[in-house]
Write a protein that binds this ligand. Structure first.
Ligand code: SAH
Length: 394
């Protein structure tokens, strides 16, 4: 049978996961014969089982552990019209969830577009490409974004470390328009993001609902926002009635953006942005008997690769202990992990152990994740990467 794209075959007896709806095929599941191995990274392929039955269409990378990522069923054309359809579907979902155009528009596998992430800030789009297959299709995909939302500015943030796994280099550039500081509307207030120079896309939309939850708890209270970045949690809390916030981050450029946003929302006088290393600051403040009614910890990933699980788990436990020490009696503690490689149950266990070592009793009152503009692929638990837990402490 002829297929639109070169045929890549599964080894005998493989394919159970794909038939159940998973979009990933690992290299050990594939018949790596000479012609297959010789396919260039990112080649579009048809995937068939060992018996030759075509299962789907996607892209292939012989260098990657995840050798095939599927985008569509058998014999789909992966052209501009295909991507327009996928982006329209993603947009339609967001438009039902949010009233203004500030959200993650495309969340990779969760939106059926492995290798592609796009964050929208009004008429600015920040696109991140993490696989060779999507990289080869850059122009087609940018044209599809133009067709669906016609952004004034498109920034390509191809600087994710995971690109190395696909044999890709780093490349950040303005594909269209002019980039600078953009406004982010979220939970009724205005923040700023540096789309080209900030971390990730310049903003972490994944914590939107968790920020709102914590702001509700913080009314009339004092807040410590550790790993504040550009002020996502702290500024909202104060704008919604918290007495004041101390926000700590090691990045001065991030704190500058946060200060500007606090002023923009007329809460600058109640926000104290401190450049510092969080572990050291927590230890110092605990020793000085400081207390806060609400303590928020949203650290960078401590488990970057699977092999870092044990040291990373220890770091989460230590952070929970240090942060719990600073919570006033009857206060609240928010602990998050964005590490894909940190399982949710293990994170809960480390938090519990850390809080216990601070000699505090805790009731878990929330076990959440990312907002609905970060949809989870139902066959890939890894896509539920964000863990966000809230505890009430005695
Ligand atoms: N809470 C933020 C996102 C945090 S991202 C929000 O709501 O948007 C993680 C932040 O941790 C980054 O801003 C990074 O600069 C900061 N960071 C990383 N390591 C740090 C350390 N050891 N001490 C203080 N800040 C750190």
């Amino acid at each position: 049978m002829t297929t639109r794209f070169p045929l890549v075959k599964l080894r005998p007896k493989e394919g159970r996961r794909v038939r159940a709806g998973a979009p990933w095929v690992f290299s050990n599941e594939i018949e790596m014969d000479g012609p297959t191995k010789a396919l260039a990274p990112g080649t579009l392929v048809s995937l068939a089982d060992a018996g030759g039955i075509v299962l789907g269409t996607g892209y292939f990378n012989p260098k990657s552990l995840i050798a095939v990522r599927l985008l569509a069923g058998p014999n789909a054309a992966l052209d501009q019209a295909f991507f327009v359809g996928k982006i329209r579907r993603a947009l339609n979902l967001r438009e039902q969830l949010f009233t203004s155009p500030f959200y993650r528009l495309v969340h990779a596998e969760g939106d059926g577009l492995p290798g592609l992430v796009a964050d929208r800030f009004g008429d600015t789009l920040v696109v991140q490409i993490t696989t060779a297959g999507i990289e080869n299709l850059t122009e087609t995909i940018l044209a599809a974004f133009d067709e669906v939302i016609a952004p004034r500015t498109i920034v390509l943030r191809n600087d994710a470390a995971s690109r190395a796994l696909e044999g890709l280099g780093l490349d950040t550039r303005i594909a269209k328009g002019e980039a600078g500081r953009v406004t982010v509307e979220e939970n009724g207030i205005r923040y700023f993001a540096d789309a080209a120079g900030g971390q990730k896309s310049g903003w972490y939309y994944d914590q939107r609902e968790n920020r709102a939850f914590m702001a509700r708890l913080a009314n009339g209270k004092t807040v410590l926002d550790a790993y504040s970045y550009t002020g996502g949690f702290g500024i909202l809390a104060v704008a919604q009635g918290a007495r004041d916030v101390v926000a700590i981050d090691s990045s001065e450029p991030a704190l500058d953006v946060a200060r500007a946003a606090a002023d923009e929302n007329n809460v600058g006088a109640s926000c104290h942005f401190v450049k510092g290393e969080v572990f050291a600051e927590l230890e110092r403040r605990a020793a000085a008997n400081e207390r806060f009614d609400v303590v928020i910890c949203d650290p960078p990933p401590f488990v970057r690769a699977r092999k870092d699980l044990e040291p990373g788990a220890k770091a989460y436990r230590k952070l929970a202990r240090l942060a719990a020490q600073l919570v006033s009696p009857g206060g609240f503690l928010f602990l998050a992990s964005c590490s894909h490689n940190m399982p949710r149950d293990r994170f809960g266990i480390e938090n519990a152990a850390g809080i216990a070592r601070a000699w505090r009793f805790a009731s878990e009152i929330r076990d959440a994740g990312a907002g609905p503009d970060h949809p989870v692929h139902p066959n890939l638990p890894e896509t539920a990467y964000l863990k966000a837990m809230v505890y009430a402490l005695d």
